[in-house]
Ligand binder design. Structure first.
Ligand SMILES: NC(=O)c1ccc[n+]([C@@H]2O[C@H](COP(=O)([O-])OP(=O)(O)OC[C@H]3O[C@@H](n4cnc5c(N)ncnc54)[C@H](OP(=O)(O)O)[C@@H]3O)[C@@H](O)[C@H]2O)c1
Length: 261
């Protein structure tokens, strides 16, 4: 399958890199209105289309990675040439109903990625339009699995996913920075502290993914009676850590819903 990526910014370039791991750079054609982004794409070894029409003609799947405000303009320009092709979009808040209306096709795939696609470890929500066969859906899933883990979700859960996985990296970064600063307070250099925290976070996520189980069971296992860990847990509970995190995600999700309204 040949993929045409429209918009070579944060997401477009991350997807182009991820997809090229599966199908090769020669099958990932790129277009961006910004000449600097086109130069970057050339530097990174991607073929760059001279214009949008050329990209569409040469691609089996067109992936829109422009800002939501630019989706309408791009689709108006290419809708006549989409026949037989698959249209993909990563634009936040632009649902399949809107994509169908603007493009005239329901051979659609809508993706909600997070920034971790940059290291091919994205958490990516995905939903399909009615016009794709089972075989095509399987092909699309196989293709995008090169960019991370895919979660087939109904669209009414996309706002929740946006809050949890789309904004999630920012929340996790805040926690990582707080832990690293805590290490500094205890006398470690920031760099060393950050490195220790990253190993701890990565190792903990790996442990949970590999061995399974509920996180609270693991908390109980690593918390010895009258020991050190429980002292820290008590502070988190006193300050309402879990409730704060839940409220943070709820407000983020609410904002995602409000932005679309
Ligand atoms: N960044 C994230 O973490 C994230 C997460 C989930 C979803 N998304 C979605 O991903 C999409 C892209 O976000 P981004 O952060 O990658 O944006 P970005 O870095 O601004 O990249 C978009 C690129 O598309 C270019 N562009 C604008 N109009 C175009 C057109 N008609 N044809 C071709 N290229 C065009 C822009 O050029 P100019 O700068 O010159 O306009 C820019 O280089 C958005 O819809 C966003 O909702 C992003």
């Amino acid at each position: 399958m040949r993929v045409g990526v429209v918009g070579f910014g944060n997401m477009g370039s991350a997807f182009a890199e991820g997809l090229s791991g599966k199908i090769g750079k020669e099958k990932v054609l790129v277009f961006d209105t910004d000449p600097a982004k086109r130069d970057l794409a050339v530097e990174m070894g991607f073929p760059v289309a001279s214009d949008l029409m050329f990209l569409v003609r040469e691609s089996d799947l067109i992936l829109l990675a422009v800002k939501p405000k630019d989706v309408k303009g791009v689709l108006e320009a290419i809708r006549e040439d989409l026949e037989g092709r698959i249209l993909g979009s990563v634009a936040a808040g632009v649902d399949t109903g809107t994509l169908k209306e603007l493009s005239g096709t329901d051979r659609l795939v809508r993706l909600m990625p997070n920034i971790n696609v940059k290291v091919r470890k994205g958490a990516i929500a995905i939903t399909f339009g009615q016009g794709l066969s089972e075989k095509e859906r399987t092909e699309v899933l196989d293709l995008f699995s090169a960019c991370g883990n895919l979660y087939i979700l109904p669209e009414n859960l996309f706002d929740a996913f946006t809050a949890l996985a789309g904004s999630g990296p920012a929340f996790v970064m805040v926690f990582i920075d707080a832990l690293a600063m805590a290490g500094v307070r205890e006398g470690l250099s920031y760099d060393r502290s950050l490195s220790i925290v990253l190993d701890t976070v990565l190792g903990t996520a790996d442990l949970l993914k590999s061995l399974g189980g509920n996180p609270s069971e693991w908390v109980t296992r690593v918390t010895s009676p009258g020991g050190t860990t429980v002292e820290g847990i008590k502070v988190l509970e006193e300050r309402g850590f879990r409730g704060t995190v839940m409220e943070c995600v709820a407000r983020t999700s609410e904002k995602a819903r409000r932005l679309k309204a």
